[in-house]
Design a binder for this molecule. Structure first.
Ligand code: BTN
Length: 240
């Protein structure tokens, strides 16, 4: 495992994508701040220099069968650590982490193609550890930070080391076994099953209402539509 630490960078994910072929498997890129932090659906990830975590993990597994579920694997690892600070995190499918319906962490996984084959992924995560209230207020959706939830300053290095240790401890097993390996843990953090939800495929498309039924063994969301038909949602943004 190699660690590349930056003070300021445009985006650790962009760096990972640009230098992908020169970077070893399991390289970690961290930054104290990002000038162009990116989220899913081309959103902005507010990335001030305030001892939050902004990092990307370069992964080039031989077996790529389960890489689509890596975001869920990382979300479970992160939720467990957040929980160890005496908070109650929830995972919003597929991989946002919230506390009391306010987002504390987001994951952006970008696949890298080489000669039309998947060469690996850049798995990026942002975790609000020490954001100030003013900054959070200016984010367009409800957001929180671990220092606010615990009333304590959070040691970003301790959190980072814990995250990386736990991520790599069971990484090989996860790569072989996939979502079923983490399903039980993942479900512990899900609290919207059985409720009415909306799905938006991207920011430009309309929201569609469903009843959330279950998470299947592949980590996809199974819903019931307005005609009582079962449908599998493979990607999208869940609105609770
Ligand atoms: C989301 O919730 O939409 C995903 C947010 C992902 C943010 C992280 S911060 C580190 C890495 N670099 C980026 O530009 N984005 C990810």
């Amino acid at each position: 495992m190699k660690l590349l630490k930056f003070d300021t960078i445009n985006s650790t994910n962009t760096y990972g994508k640009t230098h992908f072929s020169d970077l070893e498997d399991k390289t970690i890129i961290t930054a104290k701040e990002q000038t162009n932090g990116r989220g899913r659906f081309d959103r902005i990830w507010v990335s001030k220099n305030c001892k939050n975590l902004y990092l990307s993990i370069i992964l080039k597994p031989n077996n790529i069968k389960n890489i689509a579920n890596l975001t869920q694997y990382l979300s479970v690892i992160t939720a467990k650590i957040i929980e160890s600070y005496s908070t109650k995190p929830q995972i919003k499918w597929p991989n946002d982490i919230l506390i009391n319906d306010k987002k504390i962490s987001g994951i952006l996984c970008e696949g890298i193609l080489k000669n039309n084959k998947i060469a690996g992924v850049v798995l990026g995560i942002g975790i609000n550890l020490n954001s100030d209230i003013e900054t959070l207020k200016n984010i367009d959706k409800p957001a929180t930070s671990l220092n606010i939830e615990t009333n304590k300053e959070i040691d970003d290095n301790v959190f980072l080391n814990n995250l990386l240790d736990n991520f790599f401890k069971n990484y090989d097993t996860f790569i072989e076994q996939g979502f079923s390996y983490i399903k039980e843990d993942y479900l512990k953090y899900i609290n919207f099953l059985g409720t009415k939800i909306q799905i938006q495929q991207n920011d430009k498309l309309e929201k569609v209402s469903y009843l959330a039924k279950e998470i299947n063994n592949e980590g996809n969301l199974v819903v019931i539509d307005k005609d009582q038909k079962e449908k599998i949602i493979y990607s999208g943004d869940l609105i609770l």
